[in-house]
Design a binder for this molecule. Structure first.
Ligand SMILES: [Zn+2]
Length: 275
């Protein structure tokens, strides 16, 4: 079968109907919160980096950052709308309360969703399941049954652990505001060699300083936060420092330069720096 034909016949991973709807890898509303409505040009240019290839992103709705045809429109628009809203509230809260979250390393969902925090955190979890399912689907990997079944449930058991961590390397740029967002690479291995279609997966997505890790059928490794399965009012953030000591030193230097540049008043540059 040709690649084109296989693509045309793709099915919605949630319900099995023909998939005619795409999902943003990085939510459009998040990109707008980070970079504005667009178009992303000149002083507001935004780069898109994938597999080492840099391209410019035209705007927050760009096809470059979409999973194409992973869902049907009914599932994408109606069923999952509350999940999308829960994520909007969550990232708005994280961006607004950045300093407090970084200091305390804990998020209280009642601060995010108010009295309805129990429902809010469950819908947030389901949004992350939706995103994860679309990523698996884009790799032509089967979405595990428990994830497909939990979307319309109030109580469920799941093998997907989610953890949250502060990327401490990004805090070096804290005063400059890191506005990056993206998704990590997907790794998978057979969970049980005796069962063909059962695998364990590790994946991640991030925005600004916050990294969200997905662990399916495997235990989290490293200090990447407490396990959450939509079962708690609080999440406790772990930490990561992906850069080497040398790379951190370099970044510290450039952060200092950026900081000086930021405080520099345009039009008073004649004295030059260091004077
Ligand atoms: Zn569907």
């Amino acid at each position: 079968m040709s690649r084109q034909k296989a693509k045309m016949m793709k099915k919605c991973w949630m319900c099995g109907a023909a998939a005619d709807s795409g999902e943003h890898k990085i939510k459009k509303s998040l990109l707008v919160a980070l970079h504005g409505e667009g178009a992303y040009r000149r002083s507001n240019a935004v780069s898109h980096v994938k597999d080492g290839q840099v391209r410019s992103l035209q705007g927050p709705g760009s096809e470059l950052i979409k999973y194409t045809n992973c869902l049907c429109s009914a599932c994408n628009n109606h069923q999952s709308q509350p999940f999308d809203h829960a994520y909007d509230k969550f990232f708005q809260f994280v961006l607004r309360r950045e300093n407090e979250i970084i200091d305390r390393r804990v998020i209280d969902f009642s601060d995010v969703y108010g009295e309805d925090f129990e429902l809010g955190q469950r819908n947030l979890y389901k949004y992350l399941v939706k995103l994860f399912g679309c990523d698996l689907s884009s790799h032509d990997l089967p979405v595990p049954l428990d994830l497909r079944e939990l979307l319309d449930k109030e109580h469920f058991r799941t093998r997907l652990f989610i953890t949250f961590a502060v990327n401490e390397d990004k805090l070096l740029l804290r005063d400059v505001k890191d506005r990056s967002a993206g998704i990590g690479s997907l790794t998978y291995l057979p969970a049980d060699a005796g069962v063909d279609d059962e695998r364990s997966y590790a994946w991640s997505t991030y925005f600004s300083f916050l990294h969200i890790y997905f662990w399916y059928a495997m235990k989290p490794t490293g200090p990447l936060g407490s396990i959450w399965t939509a079962n708690s009012r609080w999440i406790y953030l772990g930490w990561s420092r992906p850069l080497s000591i040398e790379q951190r030193k370099e970044l510290e230097k450039s952060a200092a330069v950026l900081q000086r540049g930021r405080d520099h008043v345009p039009g008073e540059s004649k004295g030059g720096e260091g004077q």
